[in-house]
Design a binder for this molecule. Structure first.
Ligand code: APR
Length: 313
């Protein structure tokens, strides 16, 4: 059996940080691919030169050739452009849809057994498109957002209460956008729901900050968007798959009736292991929580319809 291999498509901020995490956690060899010649090769060499100090033997290869990604166990798609000044959401949708629609089939061709994780935004619709153009079963294509959104919620809870992050769990469902659905009832400190530990006003404030977690960072950074936590979140999914951990974590998954939703990808808790998504976990939601989920789904659906109108899905 050849060494475990993860290919990361797009050697930008998220992709390069993810490559570093995967290698330094000793999870797999990494192939870093970008369309800009030299960029992934340079980064790979830089990461190879850190190995003596970071103490691992993982190989990191940079390339622009999909042949080098052959036989990957996992492929993570981070290629795309961030939203720039004067660009509408629809412009971003079109540009990144063209990127995803072109890179995914080339990656699948060389790694037909790989599990695909999409990171490119707008997340839920890009994951849907990746699934469509891949021809893969729904269990093998998923999007990274829920782990990141939950991690942000966990960070804000820890900061608010002034306690260790270690004892905090959080659940965030829905699309990766302003309408995402953080679930305070299913977010706990050592098993105690935060609804018993904080005032409703404080919870509303943290939920709101979580919903706009990405935008808050874009506003601060001015040029570019978050990448440390997104890379950590993607690495956690890669680890769950490669080590067959059967983690119960939120990812953007294909819904086929679960939560009353059909034919779209959106954030829901799943069991994640070496076959990909083993199952979607159906939490018992209140009427208000379910309504919020359906509102979020409606906006994801509108974007999928836009793609279809552009003849892209
Ligand atoms: N093929 C290969 N690489 C590509 C392609 C393509 N068709 N198009 C773009 N890229 C590469 C770019 O050259 C760049 O190196 O994708 C990389 C994107 O990196 P950044 O611009 O640094 O963006 P990043 O912050 O990493 O975010 C990547 O993840 O979180 C999402 O919204 C974010 O959609 C964005 C993606």
């Amino acid at each position: 059996h050849s060494p475990t291999r993860v290919s990361v498509i797009g050697a930008g901020n998220v992709g390069s940080t993810l490559a570093q995490r995967i290698a330094e956690k000793n999870l797999a060899d990494v192939v870093l691919l970008d369309r800009v010649p030299g960029k992934p090769e340079g980064m790979a060499l830089d990461l190879m030169q850190a190995r003596a100090i970071e103490h691992h033997d993982r190989l990191i290869v940079g390339t622009s050739d999909y042949k080098d990604t052959a036989n990957s166990d996992v492929v993570v798609v981070t290629a795309g452009v961030p939203r720039k000044q004067g660009m509408s959401r629809e412009d971003l949708l079109r540009v990144n849809a063209e990127v995803v629609a072109s890179v995914v089939p080339m990656a699948v061709e060389h790694s037909p057994d790989a599990i695909f994780i999409v990171v490119t935004n707008p997340l839920d619709v890009m994951t849907y498109l990746a699934w469509k153009v891949s021809g893969l079963p729904k269990s093998k294509v998923m999007g990274m957002a829920g782990v990141l959104d939950a991690s942000r919620f966990q960070a804000f809870i820890a900061m608010e209460l002034g306690i260790s992050i270690a004892d905090i769990t959080a659940m965030v469902m829905g699309g990766h956008g302003d309408l995402m659905v953080p679930l305070p009832r299913y977010s706990t400190v050592s098993g105690v729901p935060i609804t018993e530990l904080m005032t409703p006003d404080a919870i509303t404030r943290l939920v709101d900050r979580t919903r706009h977690g990405g935008a808050e960072i874009v506003k601060l950074m001015q040029t570019g968007s978050a990448y440390f936590a997104p890379a950590s979140a993607a690495a956690e999914m890669v680890e769950a798959i490669l080590l067959n951990r059967r983690r119960i974590i939120p990812v953007a998954a294909y819904l086929d009736g679960e939560y009353g939703l059909h034919d779209l990808f959106m954030g829901v808790p799943v069991q994640l292991g070496q076959e990909g998504i083993d199952m979607v976990v159906e939490l018992n939601l209140s009427k208000a929580e379910l309504n919020a989920l359906h509102t979020s789904a409606k906006s994801v659906r509108e974007n999928i319809d836009r793609l279809a109108a552009m003849n892209l899905a």
